[in-house]
Design a protein around this ligand. Sequence first.
Ligand SMILES: [Zn+2]
Length: 88
Amino acid sequence: MEHQNNLIEKLTIEELTELKRIIKEGMVEKLIENKLEKFKNNNKICPVCNTQIEDNGLTLIFGPTDFRKKATFDAADCLEYFISKIRK
Ligand SMILES: [Zn+2]
């Protein structure tokens, strides 16, 4: 929790008042939810052709065991293209 305490310590009285207000109004939760939603959506874009991926995307998990990476593709040809690129 030390990091959070430092964050609070650095705020001015105006910022603290504003923060207190948005927490009271439940806006922090909404802001965090919106941000999380954006992260989720970012994962649903095919890295090969930038197409929005529906629920039927193909997910590939690759990389060394201590640094797993995940990529989701909209179609098998994009997955094949991606594999051919990382094989080199
Ligand atoms: Zn694609």
